[in-house]
Design a protein around this ligand. Structure first.
Ligand SMILES: Cc1cc2nc3c(=O)[nH]c(=O)nc-3n(C[C@H](O)[C@H](O)[C@H](O)COP(=O)(O)OP(=O)(O)OC[C@H]3O[C@@H](n4cnc5c(N)ncnc54)[C@H](O)[C@@H]3O)c2cc1C
Ligand code: SF4
Length: 484
């Protein structure tokens, strides 16, 4: 374990941020790195509990062996720490940056609101490993002669590709976009994760024998049937990217957009790519000098807020239909599970005005241009409260209320009714496959990540990619030594 009395002697400390007034002037990451000594002290706070909930089912989805690597960091053994961390998580520098850290919610010290700074330590181990040259390609020392195709290069596709290549299979990843990375590259803004963290993992995978085929939209440019004929197995990791329909009148007005085109455009702009290559819409969406309204309360909404501030928005208002959560949870009722409580993202902290228990009734405008958003208060059952209507001035509005499932063209269109679809409680339509064998209703076609479980988290996509890789390896070889 860390230092026996560490949690009594050392205060919790996490990465600090550049002040909001500085960080909104650029699109780069804004966390201030901690020194090795500071990270080692934070790791020393781990109590190595008898039942470490942090890495159990309530905590880390990839079951990172958190107490073990906390102890290794405390002792300064960074090399063994990264080996341990990589044994459960292919890309810890990604999760160390953007995971919401359910592990910290489940930490025993969170009963006192001072959990171990697990996410900060995870990021530090991964960054240090790169600095010390411990991250390099590990090609398989034997080849199986089997070929696997993966559709989609988000975290699920990339994790599966790495696992399958290390098991000795020939792996080909087909990606519709110009570069690999999925939503991590084109959805999540650079200020949360800079894209060179994806590029160097792509290089590592290529060094392990993975071939990326970008600008190939499977089901459109290349039929799924052709992939199945050319490979022994195909894994579909196409994500869940269709926005949930808002059903709000006025969405046809200029100035009203779904969140994704806005975020994709800005990510491409930062990458120096031609934004005209974004299929929709052709015109640049920019918030400079504008009053912006963001409808929705999740990560995507927060990313629109941070992007709008960086583009120079005058005012950003966020509308959330849910009631304002309590400032503090009742620990004894919810711990070690994820608690509903007031949380403020770094983007919201940059000056967003937040309205709770508010429904968006209509986007209103003049001469086809958005001028305001008509809203009202709702009761606990989300029914409008009479006489509470009000209008917020808006030149731009983004709808960020979640995702309904994978795109209906491409793979789904080609496979038609043969590819069974499920509908979950959130009204998402996902490809049907269980989380044991990840098989779809089509022989030799597997599915993992958001396309199977619905829009989720990077850490869940990594977990599904790893597990699907093992299922495919077992299917191809009869048994597998890959971890589940
Ligand atoms: C704006 C936003 C912010 C988010 N913020 C966070 C966060 O802070 N933390 C977090 O943990 N999670 C976050 N998420 C969720 C996270 O990004 C996803 O859960 C995760 O990326 C899912 O991984 P995936 O590999 O299943 O799919 P994706 O990342 O969606 O990747 C799917 C890939 O498949 C490709 N593809 C699709 N169809 C085809 C086809 N027919 N042919 C070829 N390629 C195809 C797509 O181009 C894409 O590259 C966020 C999501 C969004 C939208
Ligand atoms: S991946 Fe997420 S849940 Fe797991 S240890 Fe890292 S921050 Fe915690």
């Amino acid at each position: 374990m860390g230092k026996v009395t560490g949690f009594l002697e050392i205060d919790r400390q996490v990465h600090k941020y550049q002040p909001a007034s500085d960080r909104i002037r650029h699109f780069r990451e804004f966390t201030l790195p901690m020194s090795d000594t500071e990270v080692e002290k934070q790791a020393a706070r781990c109590m190595d509990c008898g039942v470490p909930y942090c890495h159990g089912p309530q905590g880390c989805p990839v079951h990172n062996q958190i107490p073990d690597w906390n102890d290794l960091v405390y002792r300064g053994d960074w090399e063994t720490a990264i080996r341990n961390l990589h044994s459960t998580n292919n890309f810890p520098e990604w999760t160390g940056r953007i995971c919401p850290a359910p592990c910290e919610e489940a930490c025993t010290l969170n009963l006192e609101d001072i959990p171990v700074a697990i996410k900060t330590i995870e990021q530090a181990i991964a960054d240090k490993a790169y600095e010390l040259g411990y991250v390099r390609p590990y090609p398989a020392d034997h080849k199986t002669g089997k070929k696997v195709a993966i559709i989609g290069s988000g975290p699920a596709g990339m994790a599966a590709a790495q696992q399958l290549a290390r098991a000795g299979h020939e792996v080909h990843v087909f990606e519709r976009e110009s570069k690999p990375g999925g939503l991590m590259r084109f959805g999540i803004p650079d200020f949360k994760i800079e894209k060179h963290y994806i590029d160097r993992r792509v290089e590592q995978l290529q060094g392990e024998g993975v071939t990326f085929h970008c600008n190939v939209n499977v089901g459109v440019d290349k039929p799924v049937a052709e992939l199945l004929a050319e490979h022994d197995a195909v894994l579909y990791c196409g994500g869940s990217e269709v926005p949930r329909p808002a059903g709000i009148p006025g969405t046809e007005l200029d100035g009203v957009y779904d969140a994704m085109p806005y975020l994709v455009q800005q990510n491409k702009r930062v990458a120096g790519e031609d934004i005209a290559s974004v299929a929709w819409p052709a015109e640049p969406i920019l918030a400079a000098g504008k009053h912006v309204v963001v409808v929705g309360g999740g990560d995507t909404a927060s990313d629109c807020i941070g992007t709008a501030f960086r583009q120079g928005a005058v005012r950003v208002t966020q509308l959330d239909i849910r009631p304002r959560p309590p400032e503090k949870e009742d620990k004894l009722r919810v711990w070690p599970y994820w608690a509903t409580k007031m949380r403020t993202s770094s983007s919201q902290a940059e000056g967003a005005e937040r309205e709770f228990q508010v429904a968006t009734l209509e986007f209103i405008g003049e001469d086809g241009q958005l001028t305001g958003v008509k809203c009202c208060q709702v009761d606990e059952k989300r029914r409008p409260v009479e006489g509470t209507e009000f209008v917020i001035r808006a030149d731009l509005a983004f709808i960020a209320i979640g995702f309904a499932g994978p795109v209906s063209g491409g793979v789904l269109k080609e496979c038609g009714e043969k590819l069974a679809i499920t509908v979950d409680a959130r009204r998402s339509t996902n490809v049907a496959a269980n989380d044991r064998d990840y098989r779809t209703s089509i022989d030799r076609l597997f599915a993992a990540g958001d396309v199977r479980r619905g829009q989720s988290l990077v850490v869940w996509a990594i977990r599904e990619g790893r597990q699907a890789a093992r299922a495919i390896d077992e299917f191809l070889m009869g048994s597998s030594v890959l971890p589940r």
